[in-house]
Design a protein around this ligand. Structure first.
Ligand code: IPM
Ligand code: MG
Length: 359
């Protein structure tokens, strides 16, 4: 099984190294993984002049799965948009057709105190956010800058993006979400802004239609502003949440914080063939890069999702998840989840502890 490894920028290389360590330990039990590394993001721009070189894209396309670190660095913020590091992840999502982004937010009992919410509000939290990843205002055309053609400010400079969704795009993500709900608590919340936006009235209508095929799943609809509020008021009311690209971007960061740290949150981005890209939900954190203090658990848990969703090894995925829990139960904490009475460790120590817990 060929795994393309794209470490990227900032803390990306440090956290990906720990996930590779964990996968190598699994491989030692008789699985054949080959790792092929390639540059991506700012690192690739520095080396080749483009954040997503053709060779990296080809490697990702030909692999069984992609393990991705993070991209982005302030140094590259002044570049024209097409050359910024973020274009690499957007380009990979679009080129590989990775439309279904799964972002589970699970509160480990050991971390109940690390959440900014009261333990009783978050204990037992287990939400899955299903974010559409290749459409919406992120990719909608046209977009750009121009002189405003009409209205009160005609002739002034303006910028614009286009929010749009086609029926098949909504249908396929709805199917993913209903199926996921079926395999868990059988409750799905579709998040929209149907009270204002045509795009999301259509979204709501199409999700409601698809629901007819999943009578065993309970569906409700919620406006995104209310969903943002309910996530901090009563987050346990959610089981699976399905939403568009932009709302999903925002709500998944919010959900992450319920669990104590975004450093704990893995993600999977899947296409219609089951190929996937696996990355932590957090970014490249350039402020702490190179210090060996970043939390590698989101990336390690992303590797577990890879074993489950792309490599057909669910038992091995579970083994990794259990090992993470063991490391936490031993009281080991990186700085982002550190609390009095626990032992503060660095990136590599945490990775080693997970490997050791694998037995
Ligand atoms: C994410 C990130 C990306 C996004 C950025 C880096 C382009 O925030 O994966 O959530 O907006 O999708
Ligand atoms: Mg985001």
């Amino acid at each position: 099984m060929k795994i393309a490894v794209l470490p990227g920028d900032g803390i990306g290389p440090e956290i990906v190294a720990e996930a590779v360590k964990v996968l190598e330990r699994i491989a030692a039990d008789g699985f054949d993984f080959t790792f092929e590394f390639a540059p991506v993001g700012g690192a690739a721009y520095a080396q080749t002049g483009h954040p997503l070189p053709d060779s990296t894209l080809r490697l990702a396309r030909d692999a069984d799965a992609v393990l991705f670190g993070a991209v982005g660095d302030w140094k590259y913020d002044q570049l024209e948009r097409a050359l910024r590091p973020e274009q690499a992840i957007l380009g990979l999502r679009k080129n590989l057709g990775l439309f279904a982004n799964l972002r589970p937010a699970i509160l480990y009992p050991e971390l109940a105190g690390a959440s900014s919410l009261k333990p009783e509000v978050v204990s037992g939290l287990d939400i899955l956010i299903v974010r559409e990843l290749t459409g919406d205002i992120y990719f909608g055309q046209p977009r750009g800058r121009r002189r405003s053609p009409d209205g009160a400010f005609a002739g002034e400079q303006e910028a614009f993006d286009t929010m749009r969704y086609t029926r098949p795009e909504i249908e396929r993500i709805a199917h993913v979400a209903f199926k996921a709900a079926r395999g868990r608590g059988k409750r799905l919340t579709s998040v929209d802004k149907a009270n204002v936006l045509e795009t999301f009235q259509f979204w709501k209508d199409v999700v409601t239609e698809v629901h007819a095929e999943y009578p065993d799943v309970e569906l409700d609809h919620m406006y995104v502003d209310n969903a943002a509020m309910q996530l901090v008021r009563a987050p346990k009311r959610f089981d699976v949440v399905v939403t568009g690209n932009m709302f999903g971007d925002i709500l998944s960061d919010e959900a992450a914080m319920l669990t104590g740290s975004i450093g704990m949150l893995p993600s999977a981005s899947l296409n219609e063939k089951g190929q996937g890209l696996y990355e932590p939900s957090h970014g490249s954190a350039p402020d702490i890069a190179g210090q060996g203090i970043a939390n590698p658990l989101a990336t390690i848990l992303s590797a577990a999702m890879m074993l489950r969703h792309s490599l057909g090894l669910p038992e091995q995925a579970q083994r990794i998840e259990a090992a993470v829990q063991t490391a936490l139960a031993q009281g080991l904490r990186t700085a982002d989840i550190h609390a009095p009475g626990t032992e503060k460790v660095g990136t590599a120590r945490m990775g080693d502890a997970v490997v050791a817990a694998l037995g």
